[in-house]
Design a protein around this ligand. Structure first.
Ligand SMILES: [Zn+2]
Length: 56
């Protein structure tokens, strides 16, 4: 059995699990009402507060 391939697969599985369990990476929380919005949202879907443009 190829140990390197096994390690790559295991790391991949762990990454997927971590990404799934950390939804904050993919959501933008409204500073006003706390509603979770998609990263691409330009305004809150709950209270319609405008989000400031991303600076990165
Ligand atoms: Zn909001």
């Amino acid at each position: 059995m190829d140990l390197t391939l096994y390690l790559v697969v295991m790391v991949g599985v762990m990454l997927v699990v971590v990404l799934i369990s950390v939804p904050s990476l993919f959501t933008k929380r409204c500073p006003q009402c706390g509603h979770k919005n998609p990263l691409e949202a330009s305004r809150c879907r709950s209270c319609e507060r405008d989000f400031p443009p991303e600076e990165s």
